[in-house]
Design a protein around this ligand. Sequence first.
Ligand code: PEP
Ligand code: CO
Length: 452
Amino acid sequence: MEPTAVENWSPTSWREKKALQQPTYPDPDALQDALDRVAALPPLVTSWEVETLKTELAWAARGERFLLQGGECAETFADCRADVITSRLKIMLQMSLVLTYGLNTPVTRVGRFAGQYAKPRSSPTQSRNGQTLPSYRGDSINGRAFTPEAREPDPQRMVQAYTTSSLTLNLVRGLTDGGFADLRHPEYWDLDFMEHSPLAEEYHSIVTAIEDSIDFLETVAATSLDALERVNFYTSHEALLLPYEEAVTRTVPHKPGHYNLSTHMPWVGKRTNQPENAHVEYARGIRNPIGLKVGPAMTASELTDLVRLLDPEDEPGRLTLITRFGADDVGDRLPGLIEAVQSTGQSVLWICDPMHGNTEKTDSGIKTRRFSTILSELEQTVDIHAAEGSHLGGVHFELTGEDVTECVGGARGLKEADLERAYKSYVDPRLNYEQALEMAFSLIRKVRGTGG
Ligand code: PEP
Ligand code: CO
């Protein structure tokens, strides 16, 4: 299908609409200098990769692949470090191994990293001890320290976000391109915790089964399966900071249209997903596959408007709906929205973000999420899709490869009292490596049990 030019759209047409969640930069010239710099730098991803991901997502929409999207709520410049990046990659590779084996389907891996630097906030300002300052909006916008200097939006941070994304992606590409990601050596992905984990036995039995299958195939074929040496890894981030997204939007030779070449799969968040506003306007014109967060406030008619706006050609792989209602609301909200999308006759990929509708505060005021509640939303979502003649084609998690204590529950039985031990997130609580792997096991148990 030859895509046509997008009607009344340009990379700047979002500027005619209402743009929520944007910082106010004090110096327009400094802003323009930074944007010019970002626009002049080479792209982080290519249009070929973007199109390949779109094809994989189209398969997932048909039930022939499964999407694992995961990573940070918010990356920080300080955490652009080999150990953090490598651990996150390891846990994603382990989860995808479990899912591939357990669901008997190929898995597409999309990281929430190499660009996840801008955050929507519930209030534009924050007050402390009688002083009111702009809220921290993520490292690409301002600093976290509660001082007027740090909190002033600094456009040079966009240049730093871009170059830091590039450093992150460089290591991810190097590791996944051979050697480290080799399916014949899953021991490279073992995290230190593995030996002592309640999940170790289950995980290693899968690894052994896979090794045996590979040995068998290589023996029968009398050749080594070179394709096992590398894996594809894609990136995604919330396309929130629109001047930045505009600066990374490019045309490429021999292909029509515009691509966001800072990431493979930008998504529109729950707070900025109104059909009439700027973020949807920006997203509708680019050629990338688009994610759209769908929360409890969304009506059926808003959703069908959004599906038609963001995917007017019903292009395979174009639109991924990321549902995040919360375990209490998913049963009421999801069925009607699935039916509404079915009534458009368009095909979308449905995935579940069981994190963002299930955030709560402990009595001592710490933001957390419960393993059991997260899993409950995920399990209910599997059942609802099955009952509606649809299917869940992927998952979206906030997770880390580190031993943090931010979410409660899981096999290790983390309690509220444990949260203070290693709570590192500045924004939302993430699954730690063990909870993340356990979530993958729980999901395959559920899907197998449902006969899906
Ligand atoms: C997020 O993904 O970190 C986020 C803010 O989610 P949502 O837009 O779904 O609230
Ligand atoms: Co978050």
